[in-house]
Design a protein around this ligand. Structure first.
Ligand SMILES: [Cu+2]
Length: 163
């Protein structure tokens, strides 16, 4: 008498598990598709020499800093695992600004998504900061949503195109 309801529950649970497994498989495929377009190893590092020409030069949102953005391993940057150097100077004196803490979220405004990893910051001194593990997974316009704290609190959002 109780077998039918029990079986019904079991099979409903079975379907639920199958649905969950299918959803997980879909997520795994999406992640694989996403990361397949980015290089698995980085061809740049904190010791890379960056080009003198800038991808973008901006004044920070609060007007306190000038920031120029340089890219490696090549400019213009190609989609994949890239590196960036930020050269940061005081907007009024032109002096290099050291000791900043930097957090950066690369963002693709046209598609509303970010990068697949968090950039790692290395301070080189003389106002130079290198960001490695910058995973710009797709060609198109990218925005670097960047916050500075420490001796100066301010933010910048330089944009540039990735080939
Ligand atoms: Cu995109």
């Amino acid at each position: 008498m109780n077998h039918r309801p029990a079986n019904a529950r079991e099979s409903a649970q079975g379907r639920g598990n199958l649905a969950a497994a299918a959803a997980l498989a879909t997520v795994a495929i999406l992640i694989a598709a996403c990361s397949s377009s980015s290089a698995s190893t980085s061809e740049c590092s904190a010791t890379t020499t960056f080009p003198a020409s800038a991808l973008s030069t901006v004044t920070s949102d609060g007007g306190k800093l000038h920031v120029s953005v340089h890219g490696a391993p090549s400019q213009p940057l190609s989609a994949g695992l890239d590196c960036l150097e930020l050269d940061v100077t005081d907007a009024s004196t032109g002096a290099a600004v050291d000791g900043l803490s930097i957090t950066m979220t690369p963002w693709m405004p046209a598609m509303g998504h970010g990068a697949s990893s968090t950039p790692v910051v290395t301070a080189l001194g003389e106002g130079r900061y290198v960001l490695t593990e910058v995973s710009l997974v797709m060609p198109g316009e990218w925005q670097l949503r960047t916050q500075f704290s420490g001796p100066v609190t301010d933010s910048v959002e330089p944009t540039f195109n990735v080939d």
